[in-house]
Design a protein around this ligand. Structure first.
Ligand SMILES: [Zn+2]
Length: 710
């Protein structure tokens, strides 16, 4: 044992573990009986791992290694996600750099190219997971595009269909013009934007009057089918049931009343444009008295198109068309100056929905033949809707959230959930099994089935042995995208919760609490840091100070600090080993003899007791998912108690002439070293295993399956 060189030894240690076969729960010794299962959130196979991945690898590996040492049949099932839209976006950027565009590549060829790209990335990702010490069972690795996974996804689709929970409909979807695909509600981001509010007069000939509507989108006026007012709004009492004249195409449209109209917004009169607004679509659906068909005026390229629009608008992009429509209205004296100068409130602020990937303003469009999953309706012959299944599981405590505060967010979202549009107009993904469509599933539709789909397709009987799983550990940012969907689909497809505990971690931030991003230049690569300081140091930096749900702060200094800790461990271990009796072959025999001699001093007993108490406290933290606290205690104990005090004070005894006392000191040091190595192992697996292998021991076990000291 000389200088500690993690870069050299960590890969060797990983190979040693892999060779043992113990990552596979079926290969664990007999004492490992009860299963403990974590399904890895499959990383997107479209780029190298970042610190966000390193956090989940570290936390999940800690859980798995801890339970394995505690005698559980621990399974950590790894996987990779094709990540539909996300991967296609990454691939499109690559195409852009090469001067190509996905719209010029035949669909089949595009799929093939993205597949090759994804499989290459998947390989890189696997080697990186290994580098970070992930003790997952590679013999069970799954990919979301594995044939037997797709089969299960199709079965769920069929079941939804047979249960009447699936429909194909003409519904407003969130359309990204740049990406030419629809997005689900959770894939939008919102930004406050200045968006002028236009006060537009619509003539009401029967009353020899007019009604004024406030709108931010005058270009969609040609698609209006009605005007709605609140029934309790006295101002418009006489207008209900009368016809107004569309100021851009002279069509007659009915004035209706609807309770949902906010009489305090604008003028209290709302134009109803079901093809370009979600709320309008809902109102339209409730009012059969509207005798007009709804027809869109914006196409999928974000341009004006349709029979009923003024010729000047045809072919214009939405923003240009807005200007033009405003000019036409102004020239025809259709802007009402009572409410704002020139009839336009220039300072109106709007909450604009944007594509979460490219930031383009979302165009709400009516796309026919989209697939939707009903979230709030009961299945045929069933008792609970998908939403209710999930809410009940969390309310009853069958699924627990750590930290608990996320339950509130979960319930809030579930209370407001809308039907889920699961079709996407992209090439990359699982094709929807329907002849009339080229669409693929929303990637969350397949990953929402991951815990049961992965286990059902991994090995025979795995589903029976390992489902429901124990913990789902993932980022709090995908609580709604993913965790909520897994709970709903898991319960629906299997009748059981997919996992019992949801542990959520936050988003890694730099020392100034800034998000890490390429553009800011503050990104820390976990792989680079591993090469520089060793993986154990990286892992410790991601655990200490990282309370569930909050954003951990990571810096190179912090990582360097734990490299120093690794060196401290190495040097302390080296000291203990160098001071062992000469030619010691078996520590267990030595320990037995030492205990027989009974030469322990009061201080020795006190030291061993202190260790036992620390181990007990720390074990409790481990069981309560307080890994940050367990790690901190260990760090403090090893450095400030064991290395600084116990080792220092034993030096005169080790150099003394009282052989019995010397032997007692040797015994105590070895005991503490052994136990702290086991306790440290889940956090710093490489250095602890490395040292363990140098301890003279007749039964050459791997530390990774040693027994937990309690
Ligand atoms: Zn986009």
């Amino acid at each position: 044992m000389s200088q500690y060189e993690p870069q050299k030894t960590e890969p060797e240690i990983y190979r040693l573990w892999e060779k043992s076969g113990f990552f596979n729960p079926d290969k664990l010794p007999k004492r490992h009986k009860k299963s403990f299962t974590v399904i890895m959130p499959p990383p997107n196979a479209n780029g190298p791992l970042h610190l966000g991945h390193a956090i989940f690898v570290t936390l999940q590996d800690i859980m798995i290694r801890y339970k394995r040492i505690k005698g559980f049949k621990a399974l950590w099932l790894p996987g990779a996600d094709h990540a539909g839209f996300e991967t296609q976006v990454v691939f499109e950027k690559k195409l852009e750099k090469e001067g190509r565009s996905r719209f010029q590549i035949p669909r089949e060829q595009l799929y093939q190219e993205i597949m090759e790209f994804t499989l290459a990335n998947k390989k890189v990702m696997e080697s990186q997971l290994k580098r970070l010490g992930a003790s997952c069972d590679w013999t069970r690795e799954k990919f979301t595009l594995d044939e037997n996974v797709i089969k299960i996804v199709y079965q769920t689709f069929e079941k939804l269909k047979n249960d009447g929970l699936l429909y194909r409909g003409k519904r407003i979807i969130n359309w990204c013009v740049k990406h030419q695909t629809s997005l689900s509600d959770v894939e939008l981001k919102y930004e406050e934007r200045k968006s002028p509010l236009y006060y537009v007069k619509y003539d009401v000939p029967e009353l020899h009057s007019f009604i004024t509507v406030a709108t931010t989108r005058p270009e969609t006026i040609p698609a209006d089918v009605a005007i709605a007012v609140n029934p309790i709004d006295k101002r418009y009492e006489n207008f209900i049931g009368k016809y107004a004249v569309n100021p851009l195409n002279n069509e007659k449209i009915l004035i209706i009343s609807d309770k949902t109209v906010d009489k305090d917004f604008g003028t209290g009169a709302l134009k109803i444009t079901p093809d370009h607004d979600k709320a309008d679509e809902e109102i339209f659906g409730k009012h059969p008295e509207i005798n007009k068909e709804s027809k869109p005026v914006i196409n999928f390229f974000g341009k004006m198109e349709g029979e009923k629009i003024p010729a000047e608008l045809v072919g214009l992009k939405v923003f240009e068309a807005r200007q033009k429509a405003m000019e036409i209205l102004k020239n025809n004296n259709r802007l009402n100056v009572e409410f704002a100068p020139a009839g336009i409130d220039e300072n109106y602020i709007n909450n604009a929905a944007l594509c979460y990937k490219c930031g383009s303003q979302i165009e709400p469009l009516n796309l026919a033949n989209q697939w939707f999953v009903k979230m709030t309706e009961k299945p045929k012959g069933g008792k609970f809707s998908l939403r209710d299944l999930a809410v009940r599981a969390v309310k009853s405590g069958k699924i627990k959230f750590i930290p608990k505060r996320f339950e509130k967010i979960f319930f809030h979202w579930m209370a407001n959930i809308k039907d889920w549009n699961i079709s996407r107009q992209i090439a990359w993904g699982i094709k929807i099994p329907d002849e009339g469509t080229a669409d693929v599933f929303d990637t969350w539709f397949s990953s929402g089935q991951w815990p049961f789909a992965a286990l059902m397709s991994a090995k025979k009987d795995d589903f029976q042995k390992f489902y429901p799983t124990d913990v789902m550990e993932t980022g709090s940012d995908i609580l709604l995208f993913w965790v909520a969907r897994m709970i709903m689909l898991g319960l629906y497809a299997t009748g059981k919760v997919p996992f019992e505990t949801v542990y959520l971690h936050g988003l890694v931030r730099d020392i100034n609490r800034q998000k890490m991003s390429k553009s800011k230049g503050n990104v820390i690569s976990p792989l680079e840091m591993s090469e520089k300081y060793g993986t154990d140091a990286v892992r410790m930096s991601l655990v200490v100070g990282n309370t569930p749900g909050s954003d951990p702060v990571v810096s190179e200094d912090k990582i360097r600090g734990y490299r120093n800790f690794a060196n401290k461990i190495w040097n302390a271990a080296r000291f203990v080993m160098m001071n062992l009796p000469e030619n010691l072959k078996d520590i267990d025999a030595f320990a037995k003899k030492s205990r027989k001699n009974n030469a322990l001093k009061t201080e020795d007993k006190k030291n061993l007791k202190e260790l036992a108490m620390m181990a007990k406290k720390m074990t409790k933290d481990m069981d309560n998912f307080k890994f940050y606290s367990a790690a901190e205690q260990l760090y403090h104990y090893f450095w400030h108690v064991f290395a600084d005090k116990i080792i220092e004070s034993s030096k005169p005894r080790l150099n003394g002439s009282d052989t019995k006392d010397k032997s007692a000191a040797q015994y105590v040091l070895l005991e503490i070293l052994k136990k702290t190595l086991i306790l440290l192992h889940p956090f710093m697996p490489f250095i602890t295993e490395n040292i363990w292998q140098t301890i003279p021991n007749k039964q050459k076990n791997l530390l990774m399956i040693e027994k937990w000291p309690e």
